[in-house]
Design a protein around this ligand. Structure first.
Ligand SMILES: NC(=O)c1ccc[n+]([C@@H]2O[C@H](COP(=O)([O-])OP(=O)(O)OC[C@H]3O[C@@H](n4cnc5c(N)ncnc54)[C@H](OP(=O)(O)O)[C@@H]3O)[C@@H](O)[C@H]2O)c1
Length: 269
């Protein structure tokens, strides 16, 4: 980041704490420059000992900060926006909403000033700094967007997208965690049937999944290039792979993504 900014996390729960730890872990801000808020402060005692600024006063946190992460549950957002609206300053503050399914225009309805707003969709791997975070912005400068992308890169990878792709990003990256985990569970079950103990089968499945992803990340190849290296003609890999495809593997994944997308369109604006 061009310069260090004071940062507020309004709603320091699972995601808010992961963001705070990722940012300080990457030395993008010091704990004393981060204001974490929630109503039940006793749950932040550990972070207070690490010198984070802990308060239940959202206004105080906003007044001390420039970048303001909104990390409350969707149903709690309206009250928080109404509360901080009087002290928001478009010349000073950037709002960063992580709230699932809430469009920037909905946030704007609660605000008097035309604020710089960034909407971000991380996934649960933020907790181990391996998130895939998609983000988009409105009324933000290039520097502000770049700064916030850098903050999210402390939690994994980040990508700037159009807001109209945000629901698709939610399905692919946030729900996507569950889809990949289910594959690992299925491979574990198969491994047990092949003779491994459950924990051995899971370890083999997990590391193999990590290896497959790393081959693509580090080699920057198409998946099929890596698959070609493993599929000996008339061998066991192509036999297994083709049987999975006969059973509808690729089709099931694509149909699952479409079903999630249809559902998200019925439950959010
Ligand atoms: N978890 C993820 O990986 C993830 C990924 C993508 C998006 N999200 C989105 O991120 C948001 C937070 O998710 P989460 O899993 O972190 O939920 P969470 O653990 O329930 O955190 C929400 C926090 O907000 C606090 N809070 C509620 N009302 C408040 C208020 N008026 N002022 C200040 N703090 C308040 C709550 O603490 P008190 O009750 O003590 O106030 C709680 O700690 C959700 O909107 C979710 O859709 C989460």
């Amino acid at each position: 980041m061009a310069k260090k900014h004071d940062i507020a996390i309004i709603g320091a729960g699972n995601l808010g704490i992961a963001i705070a730890k990722g940012i300080t872990g990457a030395k993008l801000a010091k704990p004393k420059n981060m204001y974490l808020t929630r109503r039940h402060l006793e749950k932040l005692d550990g972070l207070k000992k690490q010198k984070f600024q802990i308060t239940s006063d959202n206004i105080e946190a906003v007044q001390h900060s420039e970048y303001i992460f909104l990390c409350v549950q969707p149903k709690q957002l309206a009250a928080v926006l109404d509360e901080i609206n009087p002290v928001l300053d478009p010349e000073k503050h950037v709002l960063i909403s992580t709230i699932t399914g809430v469009e920037i225009s909905t946030i704007e309805e609660h605000l008097e000033a035309q604020m710089p707003i960034i909407r971000a969709m991380p996934n649960t791997a933020t907790a181990i700094q391996e998130s895939m975070t998609c983000m988009c912005g409105k009324n933000v400068s290039e520097d502000q967007l770049k700064d916030v992308k850098t903050l999210f890169e402390a939690l994994g990878e980040a990508m700037i997208i159009d807001e109209n792709l945000m629901k698709a990003a939610t399905v692919l990256a946030a729900s996507g965690i569950a889809f990949f985990l289910r594959y690992i569970r299925a491979a574990t079950q198969g491994g047990i049937q092949l003779g491994f103990h459950a924990e051995e089968a899971q370890k083999i499945a997990m590391q193999t999944a990590r290896g497959a992803a790393s081959l693509l990340v580090e080699g920057e190849h198409h998946p099929e290039t890596e698959i070609d290296k493993v599929t000996t003609p008339q061998g066991c890999t192509i036999a297994g792979l083709n049987e999975m495809e006969h059973q509808g593997l690729s089709s099931a994944v694509i149909k699952g993504l479409m079903a999630s997308f249809e559902k998200i369109n019925t439950i959010t604006q």
